[in-house]
Design a protein around this ligand. Structure first.
Ligand code: SF4
Length: 357
């Protein structure tokens, strides 16, 4: 018999159909009045805390964080709605790293609860629920092992680096890949990640994002601070040769091509320079026009709703911007990777998950 998921289960596994139906039938659908209500404000705070944890807590410390939060007696339905609200806020922020961090956080959170359930029910009932969740995720259980369709397996393990996940090291039969009980937690986590990412984020009207502005501003500042902490202080001596050449060309009074301006601006923004600092870099260009430069820099830095990242080395090369390559250039895929490697910074959320939105 199919187990019945209670509110606590729905809060723990918010990607389940039952949880989605609960959110769809909730006050979250009458957003404007809900956001102004006391419960709306409470849910926004919970969602903002959740996003802040997703942005700032290193993955290796997430289990401790989930263990601690389990002991804090927060209403299960509030937690479920906070999941929905966090997705709305992330959609308004519209930053790839923030979205990827949230997906990783949710996948780890749900798999933690699935594998470390401390419910009042019997171990058998917990196991039934685990199996029902796995089935909804499209995983086919076969005794102590899981059989995963080949295409689904490849999608799931895309972010896993360990050799044991490579197809050559797996038992494949009839288009199904066998995964053992000891590997179940990792598999579940990756499957949840795939499912959440595939659903995408809701499209949020600008008027609703405006109502969420205080939370968005708070989280944007947290994200900016985290990015700067990851990159460390800005260090021009670590610029990749191509970017150093563009800065020198400007300082020498040369005009840059459109692509050169785009690449340099996106690079400087991503490593943490603010808009004023970037405009100052362009001040020495012979055709410097403050209004035009300000407009372009703001656009590339995300005011248009899209935050651009620097082009890859391949694109830089195609555009004649890859100059004075050095030995480190052979080991990276883009100018940002060069800067991070030279600074010995920790990898980004995207690098850790091995994928992007
Ligand atoms: S290889 Fe990449 S980082 Fe190095 S100079 Fe060329 S574009 Fe820049």
């Amino acid at each position: 018999m199919r187990p019945v998921f209670d509110e606590k289960d729905l809060a723990r596994y918010p990607f389940l159909q039952e949880a989605q139906a609960k959110i769809a039938g909730s006050e979250l659908n009458r957003l404007e009045s809900f956001l102004a209500s006391d419960s709306g404000r409470r849910i926004i705070n919970l969602a903002a805390d959740r996003l802040e944890a997703a942005i700032t807590i290193p993955q290796r410390e997430l289990e401790d964080h989930f263990r601690t939060s389990r002991s804090q007696n927060v209403n299960a339905l509030d937690l479920l709605y906070a999941y929905g609200m966090a997705r709305l806020i992330a959609s308004c922020i519209n930053d790839r790293t923030v979205i990827e961090r949230l997906i990783t956080y949710e996948a780890r959170r749900s798999s933690f609860f699935l594998m470390n359930d401390e419910s009042d029910e019997t171990a058998e009932a917990d196991a039934d629920k685990r199996d029902a969740v796995a089935t909804q995720l499209g995983l086919q259980l076969d005794g102590d092992t899981v059989l995963v369709p080949l295409a689904q397996y490849i999608e799931m393990v895309a972010g896993l680096r360990e050799p044991l996940w490579r197809l050559v090291n797996r038992e494949v039969s009839g288009g199904l890949v066998r995964v053992y009980a000891t590997e179940f937690e990792v598999l579940l986590r990756e499957r949840i990640r795939v499912v959440i990412r595939a659903r995408g984020l809701p499209k949020v009207p600008a008027e609703v994002c405006a109502l969420l502005a205080p939370a968005i501003e708070r989280l944007t500042a947290v994200h900016q601070g985290q990015m700067l902490r990851n990159l460390g202080p800005i260090d021009e001596s670590r610029y990749p040769p191509c970017m150093a050449a563009l800065v020198m060309a400007l300082a020498g009074g040369a005009n840059l091509t459109h692509m050169g301006r785009f690449a340099l601006t996106a690079f400087l923004h991503t490593i943490g320079l603010d808009i004023t600092q970037i405009v100052e870099v362009y001040q020495r260009a012979p055709d410097f026009d403050i209004q035009k430069t300000l407009y372009q820099v703001e656009h590339i830095s995300g005011r248009s709703g899209t935050e651009y990242t620097p082009p890859s080395c391949a694109t830089m090369e195609t555009n004649g911007l890859c100059v004075r390559r050095d030995a480190l250039c052979e080991r990276i895929g883009g100018p940002l990777g060069y800067y991070r490697k030279k600074k010995g910074s920790p990898p980004s959320a995207e690098t850790l998950s091995g994928s992007s939105r």
